[in-house]
Design a protein around this ligand. Structure first.
Ligand SMILES: Cc1cc2nc3c(=O)[nH]c(=O)nc-3n(C[C@H](O)[C@H](O)[C@H](O)COP(=O)(O)OP(=O)(O)OC[C@H]3O[C@@H](n4cnc5c(N)ncnc54)[C@H](O)[C@@H]3O)c2cc1C
Length: 350
């Protein structure tokens, strides 16, 4: 029986397990967490509006599915093996790397040492604990106003109205890369809710007590980093050719060019779209199609271009924004309801 090892049980890895749970292939999924965690909701965990339990889903059960809990420390494509921190060595016929990403600090002094993170469940819990310890009137600085920074700032505002929240945005207006309508709506939402947005910012230094933006010094009690991601270190260390974001460049069937049994999906993969949970799932589906053909000795399918459904974001629990059906911009309660619906469906069908 073919041995498929999947590293990471996030959005991409979970989809692989769902698709292969009853197939005649032995699937071993490795993750440091004993459940599938909903990374898209970590901002709410950090803000304290969702509990730990709300962001977990059990892994699927299946005849040929095995779960191994552990920390992947090395991958050896030459010997078709994977090493875990506890000394375990796992062998594979085919490997899917779906280990996700971590913060990228762009060599900004103090950023790694003095900021909190929402990139892992553990770090989001720590961030929440640190927020819980803040006194009324304290300032929270969030560096990076992409989707996760915006969702965190708005959720935290709803959760702790006693805090001053400041959001450092590199662009001329938050989320300006999405659409003018969404961008002005979100920017106004922050103005109305007294969240201080610093547009056109260029953070150059972070200390325990302040954030430097060019010549300006902004005192802070706690700083959270949401200003960039890169694949996790064990994937970066593989040394495969990567794009400017450190994501691994792939052959058309999603394996690395050097090894046709080593697939990379999700936030570790270089794809023509911004990384997202949705993209990781679509790519996982395509890799399943490729593996099924490969194992059956058939010609590999020509993969269609991945088409994304759009994106949805929240501004607290009752407001939001999104891009649907290609380019249509939505703002207000409807996209927020849609986002809740997507989350509900994601939890329900797992
Ligand atoms: C706050 C926030 C909001 C977001 N909102 C959205 C959204 O609304 N829509 C959307 O589509 N995307 C959103 N994203 C992006 C989305 O979460 C990621 O793109 C998606 O999770 C990528 O899926 P993945 O399978 O590549 O990795 P992940 O889902 O991150 O899964 C990686 C898995 O690997 C495991 N792992 C990592 N390293 C190791 C190791 N060394 N050993 C063992 N296990 C390991 C982790 O525990 C994890 O389970 C958001 C991200 C954040 C942070």
């Amino acid at each position: 029986m073919k041995q498929l090892v999947v590293l990471g049980g996030g959005y991409g890895g979970m989809r692989i397990c769902e698709r292969f749970k009853d197939e005649e292939v032995a699937v071993t999924l490795v993750d440091r967490l004993p459940y599938h965690a909903l990374k898209t909701e970590y901002y709410a965990l950090a803000a304290g509006t969702l509990s730990d339990r709300d962001v977990r889903i059990e892994f699927p059960e299946g005849k040929h599915l095995t779960y191994k809990y552990g920390h992947v420390v090395n991958i050896s494509p030459e010997t078709n093996s994977v090493f875990l921190q506890d000394g375990t060595e796992l062998f594979y016929d085919d490997l899917i790397i779906a280990l996700g990403c971590e913060d990228k600090y762009h060599n900004i002094p103090g950023a790694q040492e003095f900021t909190y993170s929402i990139q892992t469940l553990e770090e989001s819990r720590k961030t929440h604990q640190a927020i819980c310890g803040l006194s009324p009137g304290a300032t929270v600085s969030i560096v990076g106003a992409g989707l996760s920074g915006v969702e965190l700032a708005s959720e935290l505002h709803e959760s702790r109205k006693d805090l001053k929240i400041r959001l450092f945005d590199r662009g001329p207006s938050v989320l300006s890369f999405l659409s003018d309508k969404v961008s002005s709506y979100v920017q106004e939402w922050f103005e109305e809710h007294d969240v201080d947005v610093i547009n056109n910012s260029n953070v150059t230094l972070v200390t325990a007590d302040d954030v430097r933006n060019g010549e300006d010094v902004y005192p802070t009690n706690l700083t959270i980093w949401t200003a960039g991601t890169q694949p996790v270190k064990v994937v970066r260390d593989l040394g495969f050719e990567a794009d400017s974001g450190g994501r691994i460049k792939l052959a058309p069937h999603h394996h690395v060019p050097e090894y046709d049994n080593l697939f990379v999906i999700g936030d570790c993969a270089s794809l023509p779209y911004a990384p997202s949970g949705q993209l990781a799932e679509h790519q996982a589906d395509q890799v399943v199609d490729v593996l099924e053909a490969k194992w059956a000795g058939k010609k590999l399918p020509k993969l269609p271009e991945i088409k994304l459904r759009g994106m949805l974001g929240s501004l607290g629990k009752s407001d939001g924004f999104g891009i649907v059906m290609g380019k249509q911009a939505l703002t207000g309660k409807v996209p927020r309801l849609l986002k809740s619906g997507v989350l509900w469906k994601h939890k329900k069908i797992k």
